[in-house]
Design a binder for this molecule. Sequence first.
Ligand SMILES: [Zn+2]
Length: 182
Amino acid sequence: MSPRSKRYWPVPGTEHTLPAGGEPGSFWEDRGDRRHAGLDLYAPAGSRVVSIEDGIVVSAGIFTSPDLFPYWNVTCQVTIAHESGFFCRYAELSDISVEAGAAVDGGEVIGSIGEVLNFSQVGAGSPPYIQALKEKKRPSMLHLETFNSVPGPDRRYLGGNWFSPERPAGLIDPALVLRGSI
Ligand SMILES: [Zn+2]
């Protein structure tokens, strides 16, 4: 990895809301049939999301949709190759303001937080962690994933979750990046 460039917090105003290990929304949280592939920063829908560092957008588009699970709304993701050599997927966004190939500056707005969960479709048959989010009235968040190699498609991955107990190669804990250890 190259020397670090200046870092920004991805959702200004949520600096003190980093979930601790094992807590809901933390990285690799055990959700029964799946593991959480990222880290969630809860914030109201419409909150702006900024690039944490300079970089190049490698992909941008749809992330979740009710076609996949009925309790999901349509949200988008932006994946950026950052200058320090790691990759970030910023997901569960309502709208995005960059497209693949674009150069972005650290601190630049790339989109805003969307409402990923459609509570009217969450019921007793929904996964327990989804029901817990409904109880806590937390329909909106930034779902952030970090990698040390470019993330490719994988049949074990869907909408921010990894459907296998083995952690995929290349996936790293976003808390390490956010705390500045990486
Ligand atoms: Zn998440």
